[in-house]
Every structure is written in structure tokens, then in C-alpha cells.
Design a protein around this ligand. Structure first.
Ligand code: ASP
Length: 424
């Protein structure tokens, strides 16, 4: 059978059109007929909701098989297993560094702008707060008791550990290892094709997700905490554009404009799904095929980043802590601010890249400096928009660090990075 070639012509643009179109249509519905019975049940909760959710399912469906196969392919093809340790060390170091920068920026902004003074939330929602696992437990849970169970539950860190160990064993198993490695490498190509198929649905999926959101969001909840919302958005954008650009330029000599241009579609995926985990297939495909990072590095650093690197989440948590402290009139000491930085970095490691988790983990951060977890209720009503935006930043961070690490290991093809086609 002949090979299928994707006509990816301007797919990125179509995804962005879907995003903006969805927003405009959603807000228009919200202002006009969103409350009419049949519009709500057939259009918003019906067709649009189904299309959006099916799209997210398609993406989620690919995450576990892709990460597993891709990591085995990458690790088993390493000529020098020591390289894995180096790549891991660099990636973890950079992920911690960027998260540290993010939360420090956030705290600085919260102290400077004081978003909690005069805040007056219109909607205080009750919510159950679940406890944050201890750091020791996070370490224990990294090793799967049963890899099949970890896969069934989509638990990323244990899947990564298992796939890395299996890949290393394949690499040192001589002829048998070579045969298996070839199989996984072919399988990887096939799954990447499948990711390409799902991406063809993206313009419609993104349109539907954003339209439902625009049509159902009660904008009045934003009024009392507008300063907080705007501050989080501004710091998110500053961190993404300035911190990542500087790191890409200084540490890897790469042009940040090209990076962001090629990342447009990935950012739109992350924004509309609010899940860095569900975005993994698209992130991986883009950093490998469009930004030129080799699978040997990207297959490891992208899923790892989606789990342990959450700069956007750290920014929200930093500003939210300042906001809640100011709202309750609590003065935090320098030591307490440092504690917040540490806790936010740890929360970022322990959190899975799924919608809304950053807010849940905020409870642990607040508790570490004696602030009431109930404070979270103040910002709950506006969190969805911030969740979407911070997820895009989280994913941009994963991709930027992947490019930097790949470049430093001689595993980034600059001609691919710099090359443009009609899709970019
Ligand atoms: N939704 C975010 C992500 O998937 C996590 C969060 O901040 O809630 O990256």
C-alpha cells in the first residue's frame, strides 16, 4: 500500500483560526442565546461538547503508547548509556532552574503590585482540598509496582522509569536487542503518523473546546479579582517571552522567534486542553520534526517535562500565595517567601499535567506558610482561563529545555530548526 502523505498545508494557521473563531462564537452565544433551552442542550452541551471532548480523548489515547514506544526507541538507540544520565541531569537541572525563576518572578510581582489589597471576589466556591503527597512518597511512587497498572492509570513517572530501564536493557542485549530496537523504531514512526491524523482534527476540536468555554463562562466572576487575573497573565507572558528567549539564545544560540513561530500549534493545543499531559504527542512531534531535536533526547525530556516542569503553574501559585496573604492581611517574612519558592518547585514535580491540578496543590504551598487553604476558594471561579494559559507556558518550557539540552548534546539538527515550510 502506498504511504499516506499529510497535506499539512497551513494546519497551524487553521488551528489558530479555530481558536479565535471559537472564542468569538462562544462569547457571541454567551451574550445572546446561550440560555435558550435547545441551544444549551443540543448545541453547547451537545454537538460542541462532544466534538471537543472526543478530540481531547483522541489526544489522551495516544499519550501512553507514544511515550512508551518513543522512549524505548530513544534509549535503546543510545550509543553511550552514560549520555542518558547526562541528559537527565541537564534536563532536571534546567527544569528546576526555570521553575525557580518563574516563582521568584511571580512573588516579586505580587509584592510589587499587591493584587490582594482591595480584592472583592463575587463568587466564593466551596471545594474539597486534597492533601499533597510528601516528597518521599513522590520518590517511592516513581517506581511502578506493576508497569501495566501504571500504564492503565497513565502515571507518567513510573512509565518513564520502566521504559528507560527496558530501553537500556535492549541497548546492551546484542543481536536480540537490535531486532527489538528496530521493531520499536518502526512502531514509533507509525504512532507519529497517527498523531498526524489526530492533528488534522485539531482546528475543529480547538474551536469546539473554546466555544463551549466562551459560551458558559460567567464573566462577572472576574470583576472582583481582575487585578490578580491580569497580573498572572502578564507574568506568564513575560516569563514565556523573555525568560525562554534568553535561555534559548544564551544557552543554545537558537533564534527564539523561530521557536515560538513553530510552537504556535502546540501552544494552541495546550491552551484549549489545559493539559500538558494530553499535549505530549503534539509537543513531541513538533520538537522532533519541526525543531530538529533528536528522539534520543526529546522522547525523554518531553514526557519528563510534562510531569515535573510547570513554570506557568508556579507563577500562578506564587501570585496566588501573595494574593491570599494580602487578602487575609498576613505579612510573610523573607524566610516564608523562600519556603514558598521551595514548596512550589516541589509541587511542580509532584503534579501531573492535567487540568486544574495546580490549584489543588496550592493548598500544600499555603499550608507551608500557615495560610488558610480556604483562600483557594477566592480564586477558584477564575482559574480555568489561567489554567489554560499556564498550561501553554508549561509546555513552552518543556520544549525550550528540550531544545537546549538536545543542542548541548549535539542532538539538534539546526537545519531542521531553521527551515520553514508552508505549515510554519
Ligand atoms: N493544567 C496544568 C498542566 O497540565 C497544570 C495546572 O497548573 O493545573 O500543565
Amino acid at each position: 500500500m502506498s504511504e499516506v502523505h499529510f497535506n499539512h498545508k497551513r494546519l497551524s494557521n487553521h488551528i489558530l483560526i479555530g481558536l479565535v473563531g471559537g472564542l468569538v462564537a462562544g462569547i457571541a452565544l454567551n451574550l445572546t442565546i446561550a440560555d435558550v433551552g435547545w441551544v444549551r442542550s443540543f448545541v453547547i452541551d451537545g454537538v460542541l461538547n462532544v466534538v471537543g471532548e472526543v478530540f481531547v480523548r483522541f489526544l489522551s489515547m495516544l499519550v501512553v503508547p507514544l511515550v512508551f514506544v518513543s522512549l524505548i526507541t530513544g534509549v535503546s538507540s543510545l550509543s553511550d548509556p552514560k549520555k542518558l544520565g547526562r541528559v537527565g541531569g541537564k534536563a532536571v537541572g534546567l527544569y528546576m532552574l526555570t521553575t525557580g525563576i518563574a516563582v521568584s518572578l511571580a512573588l516579586f510581582a505580587a509584592i510589587l503590585i499587591q493584587p490582594g489589597i482591595g480584592a472583592n471576589p463575587t463568587e466564593v466556591v466551596e471545594r474539597e482540598i486534597s492533601a499533597q503527597p510528601s516528597f518521599g512518597q513522590v520518590l517511592i511512587d516513581m517506581v511502578p509496582r506493576n508497569p501495566v497498572q501504571a500504564m492503565a492509570e497513565g502515571d507518567m513517572l513510573p512509565i518513564i522509569i520502566f521504559a528507560v530501564l527496558l530501553g537500556l536493557s535492549i541497548a546492551v542485549s546484542g543481536a536480540a536487542g537490535e531486532r527489538v530496537s528496530r521493531f520499536f523504531s518502526d512502531f514509533n514512526e507509525i504512532i507519529m503518523k497517527l498523531v498526524g491524523f489526530v492533528m488534522l482534527l485539531a482546528p475543529y476540536g480547538v474551536f469546539a473546546l473554546i466555544c463551549v468555554l466562551g459560551a458558559t463562562t460567567g464573566w462577572s466572576t472576574f470583576v472582583g479579582v481582575l487585578k490578580y487575573v491580569i497580573l498572572v497573565l502578564v507574568v506568564l507572558i513575560l516569563h514565556a517571552t523573555i525568560s525562554y528567549s534568553l535561555l534559548l539564545k544564551l544557552l543554545a544560540g537558537l533564534n527564539p522567534l523561530i521557536f515560538f513561530r513553530k510552537m504556535r500549534a502546540v501552544l494552541a493545543f495546550a491552551f484549549s486542553t489545559a493539559s500538558s499531559g494530553a499535549t505530549i504527542p503534539v509537543t513531541l512531534r513538533t520538537v522532533e520534526k519541526r525543531l530538529g531535536a533528536n528522539n534520543r533526547v526529546a522522547s525523554f525530556t518531553v514526557p519528563l517535562g510534562a510531569t515535573i516542569n510547570m513554570d506557568g503553574t508556579a507563577i500562578m501559585q506564587g501570585i496566588a500565595t501573595g494574593f491570599i496573604a494580602q487578602y487575609f492581611g498576613v505579612d510573610l517574612s523573607i524566610g516564608q517567601y523562600l519556603m514558598v519558592v521551595l514548596m512550589v518547585i516541589m509541587a511542580s514535580v509532584g503534579a501531573a499535567g492535567v487540568p486544574g491540578v495546580g490549584l489543588v496543590l496550592l493548598a500544600g504551598v499555603l499550608a507551608s506558610v500557615g495560610l488558610p487553604a480556604e483562600g483557594i476558594a477566592l480564586i477558584l471561579g477564575v482559574d480555568r482561563l489561567l489554567d489554560m494559559t499556564r498550561t501553554a507556558v508549561n509546555v513552552a518550557g518543556d520544549a525550550a529545555v528540550t531544545c537546549i539540552v538536545a543542542r548541548s548534546e549535539g542532538e539538534l539538527d539546526e537545519s531542521v530548526f531553521n527551515e520553514f515550510n508552508e505549515d510554519d
